[in-house]
Design a protein around this ligand. Structure first.
Ligand code: BGC
Length: 755
């Protein structure tokens, strides 16, 4: 074994080091690497059982050498495994277009992780919402790479400032849950560079994110966990990533390929039935079995659980880690170098040192506090998008007779299914939230109208399905009667999204019929959508107002009440386009989505989301960036200037290339919050480019009558496209149009710029 060179001036006893500069690898880590046995080394590159039972992933300590353990926990919306604050869905945070809020969220969730004694958060997830059907759309941010990047950077900075390692996931092109363990995203380098990679790139270059999670799927035929170009050439050699790459759970399906490609940590390191924490009697029973010579329990587990496995179970789900015995054998037989194993450990220990694990120098954190609940409410409010508001139906005055309708109107919609599930200690339903806020004279009548549509959870698919003993009859009549007697009907509806499955764009059950029936008799109808992303709204012209509240988390009812009654301006803007029908979206052929024969052709290239709707001239139901306010904003005095020196796109911190100034005035009668959006259009280009692309944005709160002049910076990257032939970012000389407005389709001011 040959340790890499050790800088002379490094203190031998101190492993804590904040910097990632070349050559600053702490000497102590090198000493540790010399002292570790092969057995111990192998224990540091794969997960093990967490004796405390809380971690989602656990790297055991090497007590002999005072190497501490590392605990990694899900996830993006709250801390898994211990009762904790259930924050709104990531897409709700994204809908706030508020990077300060994302940073505050990051610090807060880090505090919760620390209080639960966890060192790394398996979040945020920032895959691009390529298809609205994606079952994890609620766990991601947006269809736009720039919006996603800015939120990703802010959230990662917040998490890491809170003393917790962040994990950028799922790298890469894990844009659908259908067949996620096998599907190959067949995607051009240009689309990867312009759409799917930027948020990861920004997290690495701008925040030194600690770790990156390699996804389940394949990219152009190669599994993400074994993708050398992605894990080593792009991530490390181009972007300078110095953290560690962790596999998604059971995503590794061989030893040498991933080991050589750049995967560092194989998770969870044990078969599903040993790891799973959901108290399945079946798995507990298998775990308790002795290994019989005629059928080892792993094989037995495979046979017994087959009927309940998802259609394409990940190959490793019932096997031991490929970074255990197989890696040892490969090293023993000389097929892999031990130095490769050491490099992985070096990366891991370096991050552990950077975050104070060796010295016990980590913040104590706080869990489930009133301040955290308050933040959960503020995010839910800021993320709420007022899609439609005819005749100023909203805000409500507070003294109305309200018919609150919906199969789950008296239950909070805490989150979606899967690894992001959180168990909060309290949660407020729309019924409770509205009842608490109602003024004297107001009343609420609750009518479910339909039997429950329920909640979806990936975990259910691992267990036998228990048939429902009876099915409740729809009671749409009852809901209609309540609506007739009320001043306003508020209909709360939900979809059923879970990791592991994609979702239908139509609302489940007879919820569309319920809305149509209620709106036919109600004086005014307000629809509240609790959905993972865009849904079809066949009834939308017959209702007066529509609020998209996503999955609002534990503060559901409180946040809904503040927006409905106008205590808060619904300041969310759509981070995804809402199309009128499935066929309008970019990936609408079977070959594109869900794919044929295990290949999803990303033939739409860079024309994802609004880039497609603009190019194909399709009118969306609600465009990207859309969101009404209870007040009105006017835009004026746009000016644009080009800086003398632009950045080199390869630099770590993007610097300004152009500055856009614009004045925004609140010309309404209430305070409100506007999200100013700047789009760029390359007037003439040698390659097909989207008609416009988001280049900058800023949210600001304005009192009635107040105006402010904003100055927004555009980076060189905002002007560039990725030239596949030359393998570089290119800005072509010529005219660019700068479009400033309230959404991608509501442009208020335009200016030209010569590059
Ligand atoms: C998910 C990851 C998660 C991991 C651990 C996987 O199913 O894709 O996002 O972090 O499980 O729970």
């Amino acid at each position: 074994m040959t340790p890499t060179s050790t800088p002379d001036d490094t203190d031998d006893t101190d492993v804590a080091d904040d910097s990632h500069d070349e050559g600053s690898t702490p000497a102590r880590i090198e000493t540790l690497l010399e002292e570790l046995t092969l057995e111990e080394k192998l224990s540091l590159v794969r997960g093990a059982y967490d004796p405390a039972g809380n971690a989602t992933g656990y790297v055991p300590p090497v007590e002999r050498l005072d190497i501490p353990s590392l605990s990694l926990v899900d996830g993006p919306m709250g801390i898994r495994a211990v009762p904790s604050t259930a924050f709104p869905a990531s897409i709700s945070l994204a809908a706030s277009w508020d990077t300060d809020l994302a940073a505050e969220f990051g610090e807060t969730i880090a505090a919760e992780a620390r209080a639960a004694d966890q060192d790394a958060l398996l979040a945020p997830g920032f895959n691009i919402v390529r298809v609205p059907q994606c079952g994890r759309a609620f766990e991601y941010y947006s269809e736009d790479p720039y919006l996603t990047s800015r939120l990703a950077v802010a959230a990662v900075e917040g998490i890491q400032a809170g003393g917790v390692m962040a994990t950028a996931k799922h790298y890469l092109a894990n844009n659908q849950e259908a067949d996620r363990h096998h599907v190959s995203a067949e995607v051009s380098e240009r689309a990867l560079r312009e759409i799917y990679l930027p948020a990861f790139e920004a997290a690495v270059r701008e925040t030194e994110v600690s770790s990156v999670m390699a996804s389940y799927n394949r990219i152009n035929g190669t599994y993400a966990t074994a993708h050398r170009w992605l894990l080593t050439e792009v991530l490390r050699e181009e972007w300078g990533f110095e953290g560690f790459v962790v596999s998604d759970w059971w995503a590794t399906n061989e030893c040498a390929g991933p080991a050589e490609a750049g995967l560092d940590l194989d998770m969870p390191g044990m078969p599903l039935y040993e790891w799973q924490e959901h108290g399945s009697a079946l798995f507990d029973a298998i775990d308790a079995l002795p290994d019989a010579p005629w059928m080892p329990k792993r094989e037995l587990a495979e046979v017994v659980t087959r009927p309940w496995q998802p259609p394409n179970p990940n190959p490793n789900v019932l096997k031991d880690s490929f970074f255990g015995e197989p890696l040892r054998e490969a090293i023993d037989e000389g097929r892999l170098e031990e130095s490769l194993l050491e490099e992985k450990i070096r990366r891991l220990l370096r991050e552990m040192a950077r975050f104070g694990l060796f010295d016990g120098d980590q913040p104590a954190g706080e869990l489930d506090t009133p301040a955290h609940h308050d933040l959960a409410r503020r995010i839910a409010e800021r993320g709420t998008v007022l899609l439609r508001n005819e005749n100023e139906t909203l805000p409500l005055a507070g003294d109305e007779r309200i018919a609150l309708i919906g199969p789950h109107a008296d239950e909070p919609k805490v989150g979606g299914g899967g690894s992001s599930e959180v168990d909060p200690t309290r949660a407020t339903s729309p019924f409770d939230g509205l009842s608490d806020r109602l003024d004297a004279g107001g009343s609420i009548t609750l009518a479910h109208g339909l039997p429950p549509v329920g909640d979806a959870s990936m975990h259910d698919s691992l267990l036998p399905e228990i048939p429902t003993p009876w099915v409740e009859e729809p009671r749409i009549e009852e809901a209609m009667a309540a609506a007739r007697d009320a001043d306003v009907a508020v209909v709360v509806v939900r979809d059923l999204a879970t990791e592991g499955d994609d979702r239908d764009l139509a609302l489940p059950g007879a919820q569309d019929e319920l809305i149509a029936a209620v709106s036919a008799v109600a004086e005014r109808t307000v629809v509240v959508l609790n959905t993972a992303g865009a849904v079809e709204m066949p009834w939308f012209e017959s209702v007066d107002a529509v609020l998209e509240t996503w999955y609002p988390g534990q503060e559901d009812g409180h946040a809904l009440a503040s927006v409905l009654f106008g205590d808060a301006d619904p300041s969310g803007r759509l981070p995804v386009t809402v199309g009128a029908r499935a066929a309008d979206y970019p990936a609408s052929s079977e070959a594109q989505y869900p794919g044929i024969g295990g290949r999803a052709e990303y033939s739409e290239g860079v024309f994802v989301g609004y880039r497609h709707f603009d190019e194909a001239e399709i009118e969306p139901l609600f465009p990207f960036g859309h969101g009404l306010s209870y007040t009105e904003f006017a835009y004026r005095d746009l000016s644009v200037s080009l800086e003398e020196t632009g950045d080199s796109s390869d630099g770590d911190e993007p610097t300004a290339l152009a500055t856009v100034e614009v004045t925004v005035e609140n010309v309404g009668e209430r305070p409100g919050r506007e999200v100013v959006q700047v789009y760029l259009r390359d007037v003439e280009s040698s390659v097909p480019r989207p008609p416009k692309e988001l280049a900058a944005f800023e949210a600001l709160s304005l009192e009635a009558g107040e105006s402010r002049t904003l100055s927004l910076s555009l980076t060189e990257r905002a002007f560039a496209f990725f030239d596949e032939d030359d393998g570089e970012w290119v800005v072509e000389d010529g005219a660019f149009e700068v479009l400033v407005g309230r959404s991608s389709r509501d442009v208020r001011e335009r200016a030209s710029l010569e590059y």
